[in-house]
Design a binder for this molecule. Structure first.
Ligand code: ZN
Length: 289
């Protein structure tokens, strides 16, 4: 991958790399290309010894509308990119291809990014929906603008939460259940009060707040930062995070397979906005014919 089409890779300050999602016309919907580019950008920043802190930001009014459900031939798109995990069978029939794709580009990528041995800061404005959470949760610090809103509405369309099931770790089990059962929005201030967000600032101060935090962190020795990140991550993992997420991921695949049996598509379309449901039906019918 030589060039970025769906994001920008910037060096806004010494020792700071900034990755900017740049599909504002789709509210930064995540198609296969965007996710592979993001993975490549994270790898680039991780391997650059000059970089000590990585910022993940997004262009436009909203951080991300989630996975791009309108992407045509999503499974076939996998062939365009070099996969980074060991899973295979991206064009197989039935549940096999879907599980392979989600294990590679959703759970697999998020886990990789969460384990990058450098501090990462997600900078969030506007709406951050479902798969959008899967970009910010793997980051170490989250700074949100006052107007930021978060939601995982997947239960509304017959799925038990996004593929990187970090909800209980991000907000505690009780709030996680409320968020998932109701599909309610979480405001920036509430997200901060439950520990999911570090700082909330006015939208016009968002970029500066992230750069100030990055500058402060970048003055520390990088090896100490790496070790500290490993230590905190290990504390979460000692509580069974990885095994719990594998279980959630398997249940998520069961939900997709159930929906495929009952509704002819991976999700229950009754919970979707009518135009998205129509587009999905058309895509499914096209595939079947
Ligand atoms: Zn899924």
């Amino acid at each position: 991958m030589k060039e970025f089409r769906s994001l920008l890779y910037e060096s806004p300050a010494p020792h700071v790399a900034r990755i900017v999602l740049n599909r504002p016309e789709t509210r930064n919907a995540q198609d296969t290309r965007l996710l592979y580019e993001l993975n490549h950008a994270f790898d680039t920043a991780a391997q650059d010894d000059e970089v000590k802190v990585i910022i993940l930001a997004a262009n436009g009014p909203h951080f991300s509308s989630g996975h791009d459900l309108r992407e045509p031939n999503a499974s076939e798109a996998m062939a365009e990119f070099d996969t980074v995990g060991t899973w295979c069978g991206f064009t197989c029939a039935g549940a096999e291809a879907q599980m392979a794709r989600e294990k590679e580009i959703y759970l697999g990528f998020c886990e990789r990014w969460r384990n990058i041995p450098k501090p990462t800061i997600a900078v969030v404005q506007g709406k951050c929906i479902a798969g959008g959470l899967m970009l910010i949760w793997p980051c170490d610090i989250i700074i949100a603008s006052q107007d930021a809103q978060f939601v995982d509405p997947t239960v509304s369309f017959g799925v038990d939460g996004v593929e990187y099931f970090a909800h209980p770790w991000e907000m505690g089990p009780r709030k996680a259940k409320e968020l998932l059962f109701t599909s309610d929005w979480l405001s920036a201030h509430e997200a901060r009060s439950i520990g999911m967000v570090n700082r909330v600032v006015p939208r016009e101060q968002l970029e500066q707040a992230a750069l100030e935090m990055a500058a402060k962190i970048s003055r520390k020795p990088l090896f100490a930062l790496k070790l500290t990140k490993e230590a905190v991550n290990a504390a979460e993992d000692a509580q069974g995070r990885v095994a719990a997420m594998q279980t959630s991921f398997s249940l998520h695949q069961l939900a997709h397979t159930h929906n495929l049996h009952v509704h002819g598509m991976l999700i229950d379309p009754s919970g979707l906005p009518p135009d998205t449901a129509r587009a999905l039906r058309a895509k499914t019918n096209q595939k079947a014919s």
